[in-house]
Design a protein around this ligand. Structure first.
Ligand SMILES: [Zn+2]
Length: 204
């Protein structure tokens, strides 16, 4: 077993001992599994908390994730710091993280961040026409579309990731962009996306 395997187990141990609704409730006024979203200027409770699957999702701004991601976003701190805070709360010791693993953990977090940004961007790009296609032709429900942040790639990912400060080389390594004859031709490769993974991939 590698150190990173141990790290994954630590993350799962922290998540399994905490309830996302309880943690979110320390920061937000949660009623009927809903709260006003702190990640955009929210006039209504747009943030849903799903205790059965332990994730949150804002249908307005697209922010979504697990309990660690919530604390990371809410406190605007790095993933590892959010994990440390929640580990202390859950009573899970983090002494097994080896210093040499941190670099690899950060690299993995960068990759996940790029996949998350991509999923959020594509989900926000889902047009009414594409949503109608998914529901009528593919049998998806609105709930499934929201839960898995199913999205539509109408272009613009490269520019969006650049705006977010993402290194395009890392975006290529993460598999969301591809080089077509040099870095000037880095382009989106996905047309219909799921959170963290992609289907119906082709080069546009
Ligand atoms: Zn929001």
């Amino acid at each position: 077993m590698t150190h990173i395997d141990n790290f994954g187990q630590l993350v799962n141990a922290v998540k399994s001992r905490l309830d996302i609704e309880t943690v979110v409730g320390k920061f937000l006024d949660v009623r009927n599994h809903k709260a006003k979203c702190p990640f955009h200027d929210d006039g209504h409770p747009s943030l849903s908390i799903h205790p059965e699957d332990q994730y949150f999702h804002c249908f307005a701004c697209g922010k979504a994730g697990d309990v660690i991601r919530f604390v990371e976003l809410y406190k605007q701190i790095p993933f590892i710091d959010a994990l440390k805070e929640l580990a202390a709360e859950a009573g899970v010791p983090l002494t097994e993280i080896e210093p040499q693993d941190l670099q690899q953990i950060e690299k993995e977090q960068t990759r996940k961040t790029i996949l998350r940004l991509t999923a959020e961007f594509y989900h926000r790009s889902l047009t009414d026409e594409a949503r109608q296609y998914l529901i009528e032709k593919r049998g998806f429900s609105d709930e499934t579309i929201e839960k898995f942040q199913i999205g539509y790639a109408a272009g613009g990912l490269r520019e969006y990731l650049t705006q977010q400060g993402v290194d395009l080389t890392e975006a290529v390594e993460a598999g969301v962009l591809k080089e077509c004859g040099g870095s000037s031709a880095i382009t989106s490769i996905c047309a219909l996306s799921f959170q963290m993974s992609f289907v119906e991939t082709w080069c546009n």
